[in-house]
Design a protein around this ligand. Structure first.
Ligand code: APR
Ligand code: PHB
Length: 389
């Protein structure tokens, strides 16, 4: 089989790139090691920057998002029993769009199917060959049958545990990583959200977040130890701890119910440089990871896809290679700013083990400054709604 762009990974990054390329008349094949249902079973955040929303429109898959998403003009920050609001529209003129990543992925799968997009599910043992040559190709197997995919370019959209990043030689690649000393215990419940907007809460007992998927599907998180496990947390224990970490006025009206999903996720910051090696381009989680505090995961994938799509379009339509040659530099410039913001929000709101008294005072001063200072809120708002591509 032959294609112009071979895409490894059928998550949001790979699917969005494939759909954008299709709309530009550029052929691609997506190799996904799982099934469509498995990919759609993943529970992930869905706070979309305007840049991501714009790409969904450009890809022609924004209709259901426009119908079913929530528009949030700001967010609430709780500090102990007090809370304040950061107004995105006042400071940036832009809101954020709340629409679950599962729904984004579903819409992209439906769009690819509607245009007979080539997606190979259960693609095993994908290997990249000749990425640093003019004739790269992939090998993989499906149902035990060995396959070969010739291509012009390879997009590594296979996430943090994929094969793409590892295909760049260790002496070419430089990894930067920070692992945080805590995790997030998250639950999904078929209950109304705690408020109309998200509540990021800093408390002496640790961080908590009140989020949502729709008017009757809420997503909550409490910071937990890395050695913790979901078996230690009954639903009642979770709700009790959440109530202790949010303002009393919010806790009093919290509507609880049985969890329909419960999991613990670690927090890390990670970036690999460069994001290109020959004709292999890394996108999304394959190249970088952020702690979920700033809701940047999907949104950093969006700017990678934007830069790579523009480069490939120029390559095929104008025979101008600059876009591809500048891909890694352009993508990394915006990614490091998203890494900084996610790191800043994580440090601002979480309780670190054995935190020195002075550091606690600095944390308190930082959140008080954010509460009291318009310029500080503008900086947070500009980063949260998304820096320009
Ligand atoms: N071969 C083929 N497919 C693979 C391989 C492989 N060796 N390794 C991983 N995959 C697939 C995974 O099954 C997954 O469907 O690649 C896809 C990668 O998708 P994601 O991990 O969702 O990464 P990405 O598409 O970049 O989306 C980033 O996902 O993890 C969240 O917070 C993150 O919101 C962000 C978004
Ligand atoms: C979520 O709804 O899962 C969510 C929202 C915002 C975040 C992280 C997670 O910062």
């Amino acid at each position: 089989m032959r294609t112009q762009v071979a895409i490894i990974g059928g998550g949001p990054s790979g699917l969005l790139l494939s759909q954008l390329l299709h709309r530009a008349g550029i052929d691609s094949v997506v190799l996904e090691r799982k099934t469509r249902d498995y990919v759609l079973s993943r529970i992930r955040a869905g706070v979309l920057e305007q840049g991501f929303v714009g790409l969904m429109r450009q890809a022609g898959v924004a209709e259901r998002m426009d119908r079913e998403s929530f528009i949030h003009d700001g967010t609430l920050i709780a500090n102990g029993n007090e809370q304040f609001r950061v107004d995105f529209v006042k400071h940036t003129g832009k809101p954020v769009v709340v629409y679950g990543q599962t729904e984004v992925t579903r819409d992209l799968y439906d769009a690819r199917a509607a245009s007979d997009g080539k997606i190979v599910f259960n693609a095993e043992a994908v290997e990249i060959h000749g990425a640093d040559s003019d004739a790269p190709y992939l090998t993989y197997s499906v149902d035990g049958s060995e396959q070969r995919l010739e291509c012009d370019f390879v997009a590594g959209c296979d996430g943090f545990h994929g094969v793409s990043r590892q295909s760049i030689p260790a002496n070419v690649r430089r990894d930067y990583e920070k692992v945080y000393p805590f995790g997030w215990l998250g639950i999904l419940s078929e209950t109304p959200p705690a408020d109309d907007e998200l509540i990021y809460s800093k408390s002496e007992r640790g961080f908590a977040l009140c989020s949502m998927r729709n008017a009757n599907l809420s997503r909550y998180y409490v910071q937990c130890s890395l050695s913790d496990s979901v078996e230690n947390w009954s639903d009642a224990a979770f709700w009790d701890e959440l109530r202790r970490r949010i303002p009393e006025a919010v806790a009093e009206k919290l509507i609880t119910g049985p969890s329909i999903e419960k999991s613990i996720a670690p927090l890390r910051s990670f970036v690999t440089e460069p994001m290109r090696w020959g004709r292999l381009f890394l996108c999304g989680d394959a190249a970088h990871i952020v702690p979920p505090t700033g809701a940047k995961g999907l949104n950093t994938a969006a700017s990678d896809i934007h830069y790579l799509f523009q480069g490939l379009k120029a390559q095929y339509h104008d025979t101008e290679a600059e876009g591809l040659d500048l891909y890694s530099e352009r993508a990394l410039l915006r990614i490091w700013k998203a890494e900084r913001f996610s790191w800043w929000m994580t440090n601002l709101l979480h309780r670190f083990p054995d935190q020195p008294e002075f550091d606690l005072k600095m944390q308190q001063a930082e959140i008080n400054f954010l509460r009291d200072n318009d310029a500080a809120q503008k900086v947070m708002a500009e980063n949260y709604v998304g820096l320009p591509f």
